[in-house]
Design a protein around this ligand. Structure first.
Ligand code: BDR
Ligand code: CA
Length: 319
């Protein structure tokens, strides 16, 4: 089995990604780090603890930092609801937290699986950046790092040019990309222009709602109620009755290598721009004279991916 550490700001699409991982028998969730982002970190943590209990995930779950490295937190309760999971009401968590910090958990789990751990960042990069201060060898301890974040030559979804996970903690994203430059395996970056190819429509919402009704599995019902809120947000934001679902694509690509290709690119994060702070800049024409430091997801196959995701949830939550 493939050990995976998931660092997330759960979050509607984070919850789907976590459930997807729990449904895969070939994956061992080795650790969960709760990072503040979509909602404040205590709410993220509560969601992760409750979902882990309902999904029988035994991994340690650590509370991450309460603030980004160098700016005040921002929250997206319009997008994800005040508790992070839209209309869903979660039971009180049965799981208890691991006493270690989110950063320490990154370090301990990576050291326990040298060369084998897949790191998955689905939220702001704060805790991974702090982990790199404890263990600068992390880029060489991990098998690979997969990131949902950034927007390459694409409008932002937070600032005009910045994507949420990078905009919440630009310094952390910049430090992570810098630290992993020259790592044995280039980080894989699923940025907005790739993840926005994954659009759920009513038929997908129906499949997840039916899964809840036919199995009575609480997590299927939670995901359906969460997604309904996500659709309402996208409609209010002018996208129509649909939802962009980002994190599960990056997650499925991380564990299967399927549903998208990659292309190498030098990418850095703008920290100084008054209009563009948090933007991920890709050097398409090699003007910086730097080697590519990430592999950017490209050529996404949304239909095949959504079918795979639904089939995995249906098999896993029925069992
Ligand atoms: C990212 O921002 C969050 O709201 C989502 O969970 C995803 O990780 C998309 O920009
Ligand atoms: Ca997320």
């Amino acid at each position: 089995t493939l050990p995976v550490l998931i660092d997330c700001d759960t979050g509607i699409d984070d919850a789907i990604a976590l459930t997807y991982l729990a449904c895969r028998r070939d994956v061992e969730i080795a650790g969960i780090v709760s990072t503040g982002g979509n909602v404040p970190v205590p709410a993220v943590h509560r969601n992760n603890l409750a979902l882990a209990g309902l999904l029988d995930i035994a991994a340690p779950i650590s509370l991450g930092a309460s603030h980004p490295l160098a700016q005040e937190p921002m929250y997206a309760d319009d997008t994800h609801g005040p508790q992070g999971l839209g209309h869903a009401v979660l039971p009180d968590p049965e799981r208890t937290e691991d006493p270690r910090s989110g950063a320490q958990l990154w370090v301990d789990i990576a050291r326990a699986h040298p060369g084998e751990l897949v790191g998955l960042v689905l939220g702001p990069h704060t805790n991974l950046a702090l982990a790199l201060e404890i263990e600068p060898e992390l880029p060489r301890l991990l098998k690979r790092l997969h990131i949902m974040g950034g927007a390459i030559n694409h409008r932002g979804n937070t600032g005009a040019t910045s994507e949420w996970n990078f905009a919440v903690d630009p310094e952390a994203a910049q430090r992570v990309l810098a630290a992993f430059t020259g790592a044995p395996a280039r980080p894989v970056l699923g940025s907005l222009e790739a993840t926005e190819a994954v659009q759920f429509h009513q038929d997908t919402l129906d499949r997840i709602t039916q899964l809840g009704e036919s199995t009575g599995h609480p997590v299927a019902m939670i995901l359906a109620e969460a997604l309904r809120f996500y659709f309402e947000f996208h409609q209010a934001d002018g996208f129509g009755w649909m939802a962009h679902v980002h994190d599960p694509l990056v997650t499925a690509h991380a564990v299967t290598g399927q549903f998208a290709g990659t292309r190498p690119l030098p990418v850095d994060v703008e920290l100084a721009g008054t209009l563009t702070r948090g933007q991920s800049v890709g050097d398409e024409l090699g003007r910086w004279g730097r080697e590519p430091n990430v592999d950017v997801l490209t050529g996404v196959q949304p239909k095949a991916f959504i079918e795979h995701l639904l089939a995995t949830l249906e098999a896993g939550l029925r069992a």
